[in-house]
Ligand binder design. Structure first.
Ligand code: C2E
Ligand code: MG
Ligand code: MG
Length: 761
């Protein structure tokens, strides 16, 4: 019964009362008052009833609103109560906190409400508003942020006044921003992962990548079908312990780290992206490699963070990586790491050390003593076996976390974590290695005993660069000067030597500019005729005070810098120029020999340089001889042969210097295009007293002759030595007995004299 019914009832009542009063016109006058009074009373009753009715509707509306307001306070999601004319709006605290607007801001503000409620709310299709329960809707918050929700709307109260029905709507929406972001993030991840790996087409993308999600407070992970398939898991959720059990035992620490990242609400750092690689058990009961890229998102209310990420099977890449790593970083012969890997590891470690952490490392370099003898006498294959045994001895003696590599021919190196309280650690480890190396028994090397020497340096003593730490350790090793089983520590005295060398290097650079270098000449005598057949140009550094510095004091230093190429350039030009000058003076032409180093030989176009020097000075190529050492020629035998042939094709002679001190045996001489073999002084020294030396020398001369190679002996100091060599068939001789190295003017006089009066042998 509405208000209208009450009014109609009152109206009918009044009209009927009026009619009755007209009909009973004859009634006495006081009756009219009675009727009027009657009408008034009836009207008052009707109005009162009508007013009451209106009051009652409004009060119940108010009550309803109050009731709703009370309820929504306790709802943890965003709630908005709104009348369809937007003249009544109320929101709960969660709404105000999330969106930033309160009820007063929104009331009557249709424009603002449009940013908050879906469009349906404005077309007032009630059914569609109510049915629309799964559409994500982005609400514009006061801060400008977009908050994602799914509004769940229902009619809370309806009332009709004057036929007009007003609806009070209740919309509840959880803040889904994080979840939706996470979902989008996951999609982005899987896409990114596939894109960066650039392996799969978009269609393959989703089938190759499994997704995983963990909500805070949930002890399980949600995993997508692809991941279920990858891991052989039947359900769409997997418990923490169950997932951990699938990890390879060695990789469970990675799993624990991932879980650990979630505790305490995760890191709040800007970049909370992580990546991990691990092995996990797959349905065929084998472990495969997976890459896991994930993000953790802190949760405001819970102490745990949520986690979402993508998992991809990278077993094939790992296998490829392994192969590449093996090719790039494993030494072919010993199967331990090679120099490249050692340098990389060293660089990584020195960065930690330089960062000021408390850790330090020792760098040890190990060299097999006289390895060339093993190679010479037992052959390369057996030499390789020795290298393998030494590598095994080194690896077996490393302390935990140690790292060994073969960094060159017979050179090994290792990195050891330093113990603050044990400075003797490297010494002990090296001694253990030396003991094991001495025990290398093999039928192939028979009686040969294998020994090794070592040099070591503390990483913090290396000057900040790993290459210099290694240099220092190698420098310490070089100080052993060929002593067997030596152990040398790099210390300040070594450091002083390096500094001194650096100074010498600087002085030498200046000396070259100031023309302080000069050539001395030492005669080469024909043992049969006593005539001078040639001379060796030997460099000297003549200081401004007249002091003469021998080549042994500066050539090795020059070899460590580019100075050697400048020196060789000077020697080549000066020797050719001087020889041509003597020929132009009318002296009988003789050969001038120059010494070249491995650097000249391998790092410059030595043939072009020689040709240029001959052209510029006008010396005929036949009067130039280049002395090379065995070790130089054997560094890269193919390259050496090619270079030597090129030099020979110019018409220049080639000699093998210091024969007998190097790595090779006579068999190598046969393949090198040399015309002269220079027997080293060490063979000549004991000729007179030692039968074996005599036999070796005469055997070498014989073999050389059979190969049409002439022989010359160096370091002859006595008549007896000269005599023995002559009798053994040696062609030429060089030594103090015939003449010391002399400055050019002195040698000129010597040459003139000897051309008139040959030496007596
Ligand atoms: P090398 O080429 O074997 O030169 C022979 C060395 O033996 C010379 O020493 C010479 O003085 C020395 N010698 C010659 N006869 C005797 C002797 O009867 N008794 C003794 N005890 N020594 C004798 P030097 O001039 O000190 O040169 C040493 C080394 O320095 C040379 O050995 C050569 O390897 C290198 N060298 C000299 N000049 C040059 C040069 O211009 N360039 C390069 N790269 N190296 C050079
Ligand atoms: Mg020489
Ligand atoms: Mg020599």
């Amino acid at each position: 019964m509405g208000i209208s019914f009450t009014l109609i009832f009152c109206g009918v009542f009044c009209v009927s009362a009026l009619l009755i009063s007209i009909l009973i016109n004859a009634l006495p006058a006081y009756s009219l008052y009675i009727i009027i009074g009657y009408i008034c009373a009836a009207s008052a009753v009707a109005i009162t009833i009508a007013c009451y009715k209106i009051y009652d509707i409004k009060a119940s509306l108010k009550r309803e609103k109050k009731k709703l307001d009370n309820i929504i306070k306790h709802i943890n999601s965003m709630v908005i109560i709104w009348s369809d004319d937007f003249n009544y709006i109320n929101v709960n605290d969660t709404f105000i906190k999330t969106i930033g607007y309160n009820a007063a801001d929104l009331t009557g503000n249709t424009e603002l409400m449009k940013k908050i409620l879906p469009a349906d709310a404005f077309s007032m299709n009630l059914q569609s508003i109510i049915n629309n329960r799964d559409e994500e809707f982005y609400v514009s918050a006061y801060s400008g942020k977009k908050v994602c929700t799914i509004w769940n709307t229902s009619i809370a109260y309806t009332h009709t006044i004057n036929k007009k029905t007003t609806y009070l709507m209740l919309s509840i929406g959880p803040d889904l921003t994080e979840t939706i972001n996470m979902k989008n993030e996951l999609m982005r991840y899987s896409k990114e992962l596939a894109e960066t790996e650039n392996k799969y087409t978009l269609s393959m993308e989703l089938s190759e990548i499994g997704l995983i999600l963990k909500e805070p407070g949930d002890t399980r992970f949600y995993i997508t079908e692809q991941l279920r398939h990858m891991l052989g898991w039947d359900h769409d959720h997997i418990g923490i312990e169950e997932l951990r059990a699938l990890f390879h035992p060695k990789d469970r620490i990675i799993f624990d780290t991932i879980i650990g990242n979630l505790e305490g609400g995760s890191d709040n750092s800007a970049d909370n992206s992580h990546s991990a690689e691990f092995r996990a058990l797959t349905p065929d009961m084998t472990y495969r490699w997976f890459q896991f890229r994930y993000k953790t998102m802190p949760n405001k209310n819970l102490s745990q963070a949520s986690l979402g990420g993508a998992v991809m099977d990278i077993t094939k890449d790992k296998e490829k990586d392994k192969l590449i790593e093996k090719m790039a970083y494993i030494d072919d012969v010993t199967q331990i790491y090679n120099r490249n890997k050692f340098m990389l590891m060293g660089q990584e470690l020195i960065e930690c050390v330089n960062d000021g952490s408390d850790i330090d490392y020792w760098v040890i370099v190990i060299d097999i003593d006289s390895f060339h003898i093993i190679n010479d006498t037992c052959g390369y294959a057996n030499g390789n076996k020795v290298l393998c045994s030494v590598a095994a001895a080194i690896s077996a003696n490393l302390t935990e976390g140690g790292f060994a590599a073969r960094i060159g021919g017979d050179n090994f190196a290792c990195l050891l974590k330093a113990d603050r309280f044990d400075d003797e650690l490297p010494q002990k480890i090296i001694e253990n290695i030396q003991r094991d190396v001495a025990n290398i028994h093999s039928d192939v090397i028979e009686k040969q005993s294998v020994t090794c020497s070592a040099g070591y340096c503390r990483m913090t003593d290396g000057g900040g660069e790993f290459s210099s730490v290694l240099d220092h350790a190698e420098f310490a090793l070089s100080l052993s000067d060929g002593t067997r089983s030596s152990i040398m520590k790099y210390d300040n005295s070594v450091h002083d030597r390096i500094i001194r060398n650096n100074e010498v290097e600087k002085e030498l650079a200046a000396a070259i500019e100031n023309n302080e270098l000069a050539l001395y000449y030492q005669p080469k005598i024909d043992l049969n005729t006593g005539e001078v057949m040639g001379m060796e140009a030997l460099i000297r550094w003549i200081k401004p005070d007249g002091k003469v510095v021998p080549p042994g004091d500066f050539i090795p230093i020059a070899e460590h810098s580019l100075l050697i190429t400048k020196i060789s350039h000077f020697v080549l030009y000066e020797a050719c120029r001087q020889n041509k000058k003597w020929q132009d003076l009318g002296l009988k032409p003789v050969t001038v020999s120059i010494n070249l180093t491995a650097i000249d030989f391998y790092q410059t176009d030595v043939t072009a340089l020689i040709k240029q020097a001959l052209d510029d000075t006008g010396l005929d190529p036949q009067w130039l001889d280049v002395e090379l050492t065995e070790s130089l020629a054997l560094k890269n035998i193919d390259h050496a042969i090619q270079q030597m042939n090129e030099i020979k094709s110019l018409g220049v002679k080639l000699s093998m210097d210091d024969f007998g001190t190097g790595y090779s045996s006579l068999s190598y001489i046969q393949v090198l295009p040399i015309s002269l073999l220079k027997l080293d002084r060490s063979f000549i020294m004991y000729l007179e007293d030692d039968n074996i030396s005599r036999e070796i020398v005469s055997a070498v001369i014989r073999i050389a002759k059979s190969k049409q190679i002439e022989t010359i002996a160096e370091g002859i100091e006595t008549q007896g030595q000269a005599q023995i060599l002559k009798n053994s068939g040696c062609d030429w001789a060089q030594g103090y007995f015939f003449g010391k190295p002399m400055p050019a003017d002195e040698f000129e006089k010597f040459l003139i004299l000897r051309q008139k009066e040959p030496a007596k042998v």
